[in-house]
Structures are given as C-alpha cells and as structure tokens.
Design a protein around this ligand. Structure first.
Ligand SMILES: Cc1cc2nc3c(=O)[nH]c(=O)nc-3n(C[C@H](O)[C@H](O)[C@H](O)COP(=O)(O)OP(=O)(O)OC[C@H]3O[C@@H](n4cnc5c(N)ncnc54)[C@H](O)[C@@H]3O)c2cc1C
Length: 326
C-alpha cells in the first residue's frame, strides 16, 4: 500500500490543487450551459413567434435568466409520448398540471419549456410545449436530486398545480410538442457529446500527468507497458470521439442533415468517456478512488452522459432506424 506523504503523488503544488478544484466543477457547469442553450433557448428561437423570441431570448442570451427543458416524468422517460402532464385551455390561459422530474437547472431556472397534453385524446399528436415562468402561482420547485455525479447542477423536480400560463406562451402551435422536442434533442445530443469528450480529455490529461510522476518499481509508471496500453486506448477513444462530435457540428453549421451523426457522436463519445474515465481511475490506483484527485469525479460525471438526452439504447434505435431507412 503506498505510504501517504504530505505531497500526494502527481500533485506538484498549490496551483494544481486550485486548478483541479475548478476543473472538477466544470462538467456540471457545462451541463447547465448546454441544456440552457440547446434545449431551452434553441427551441424558442427555432419555433417561437417574433414576440416570443423578443420577450424571452435577450435575457436568456445575456444569462440574466436560465432556461430548462421539462419533458421527463415519473412514468415517461425514454417514451416521451407517454407523458401525462396536461395544459387545458381556459379563456386566455392554459391550466397546466405537471410533475416533471430530473429537470437540469431546475433549482435556478426562470423559463421552463413544459411538455404537456393540450388534447389528451389525441395521443402523441396532442402533445405541445408551453413556456412557464418561475414565480407564476402554482409553479413549485421540488427537492434537489441527490445525484451520483454532476452534483453542482441543481437538478430537481418541477411541479405545476393548476398553474395558469397565458395562451400566448404556447410554442409553435398545439400538437407540435414532439417535433419541437426531437429538434431540440438533435442539437442537445451534440452538446452532450461535446461534454463527454471534454470529460474524457480531462481524464486523459490527468492520467498522463500522474503516470509521469508516480514512481513504482523504481521508475515512473509511464514506463510500464500496461500503463502505456491504457494511455494509447484512452487517447484513441478521445480522438475518435472528437472527430465524431466535430463532424456532427460541421454538418449542422452547413445546414446539412445531422440527426444520425449527432446521435452517433453522443452515443460514441458518452461510451468513450465512461471507458476513458474508468482507465484514468485505474492508472491512479487507490488514489484514483479517492476524492483527493479529480478523476473519481470525472468517472461519476461521465456515467450520466450515457443516460440523459436519450439513453445509449434509445440512440442505437434512432441510428439503426436511420441506417435501415437508407
Ligand atoms: C442528471 C440528469 C439530468 C436530466 N436532465 C433532464 C432534463 O433537463 N429534462 C428532462 O426532461 N429530462 C432530464 N433527465 C431525464 C433523462 O433524460 C431520462 O432519465 C432518460 O431519458 C431515461 O429515462 P428514464 O430515466 O425514465 O429511464 P427509462 O426510460 O425507464 O429506461 C430504463 C432502461 O430501459 C431502457 N429502455 C427503455 N425503453 C427501451 C427500448 N424501447 N428499447 C431498449 N431499451 C429501452 C433504457 O435505455 C434504460 O436502460 C435527466 C436525467 C438525469 C439523470
């Protein structure tokens, strides 16, 4: 068992500790930013009326207000068409009742896109998006989720009890909910792919730094072939993930179809991030399993990228459908 010294292996000085503390919080902040931009602001810009865009986008773009995307419910996760929230028209308002769970930014969000049924009898075609603002009567922020990773993000439930939302807060039109949701997730998946890539890159850098400094059997562990194999696998996974994420982004920039490539990038990058962070922990040995080093945090943060904005299993279904359709 390594003897604990005052100077931990691989931690050369105070600046590194400061840097590491900052770095370990970045993925949860990245989650805040990607959800805000990709699945809250983007749908308003793409599907909102001129008046809606002028009302919500400037404060959201300035960061004075924070956005959230409220689709998931206790009985509807992967199956978005199974949501039970309702928004029933009453004069100039919708009366919204909803129980949304796992809302990223939920604890701080001002502008929430709520997926709900405006026509409960119309199945998937009765799903719409209304924008509800924090502070409206009946809008309740629930308790924070006690998450495994991404703990700096206030992910929580949002409940609406007979919450009266002006009818002018409907995005695009009744029945447009799933179309808006899918378009937002195409963009969002690229953001999660980029996030997974960033976590994997950070884990690789930490592993290399540690492998250069940690001595065992009289040499830095980077000299052991088993460590080199792990570093090679990590670097290759990170590179491949980067190329896939950048390809999806380049297609989007050129206004070319990018849904399949975005799903592939998210699937590959998230799975690469879980493998790479696992290897980073391994290279750190017992210290990798301790909170003294950032890699245990990367390991926990990476894990959720295979779950949110569509699980790996759902991504495989989306990709297969696209490939089989030719
Ligand atoms: C930290 C965090 C933040 C989140 N942020 C948001 C947010 O901001 N907004 C939001 O709306 N949601 C958010 N979510 C919810 C997230 O998108 C869902 O957890 C995810 O879509 C999966 O839904 P579920 O958890 O209900 O799992 P389920 O859908 O119950 O799935 C359970 C398992 O069954 C598998 N499965 C389900 N259906 C199929 C199928 N047809 N074929 C094969 N396998 C299947 C899944 O892949 C999974 O392995 C967040 C979740 C977390 C953990």
């Amino acid at each position: 068992m390594p003897r604990r010294s005052t100077r931990r292996p691989g931690f050369p000085g105070k600046w590194s500790i400061k840097w590491a503390r900052w770095a370990i919080s970045v993925s949860a902040i990245g989650l805040c930013v990607t959800v805000h931009n990709s699945v809250a602001v983007y749908p308003i810009m793409a599907f909102g009326s001129r008046a809606q865009i002028e009302h919500w986008v400037p404060p959201l773009a300035r960061g004075e207000k924070i956005g959230a995307f409220c689709l998931t419910e206790p009985n509807a996760g992967s199956d978005a068409g199974g949501i039970e929230a309702t928004a029933l028209a009453d004069d100039d308002n919708y009366v919204v009742n909803a129980n949304k769970v796992f809302v990223t930014n939920g604890g701080i969000a001002d502008v929430c896109l709520i997926f709900c049924r405006t026509d409960p009898a119309a199945g998937r075609r009765g799903i719409s998006v209304v924008v509800a603002e924090r502070g409206t009567a009946g809008f309740v922020v629930g308790d924070l989720e006690n998450l495994c990773g991404m703990r700096a993000n206030p992910v929580c439930s949002i409940r609406l009890y007979d919450c009266r939302v002006p009818r002018e807060n409907l995005l695009a039109g009744e029945g447009m909910g799933l179309k808006i949701g899918m378009a937002a997730l195409d963009i969002g998946r690229m953001g999660i792919g980029a996030q997974a890539l960033g976590i994997a890159q950070a884990a690789l850098e930490e592993a290399v730094r540690y492998a250069r400094q940690r001595q065992q059997f009289g040499v830095p562990i980077q000299r052991h072939q088993a460590i080199q194999t792990m570093i090679a696998d990590m670097a290759t996974q990170v590179d491949a993930a980067r190329l896939m994420v950048y390809r999806a982004a380049a297609l989007k920039d050129k206004n070319l179809p990018f849904s399949k490539e975005s799903a592939m990038a998210k699937l590959f990058a998230s799975e690469a991030a879980t493998r790479v962070t696992d290897l980073a922990v391994q290279i750190h040995g017992g210290y990798g399993y301790s909170k003294s080093y950032p890699v245990e945090r990367y390991y926990r943060d990476a894990r959720v990228t295979r779950i949110y904005e569509g699980t790996s299993e759902i991504h495989r279904i989306v990709i297969a459908k696209s490939v089989l359709a030719g």
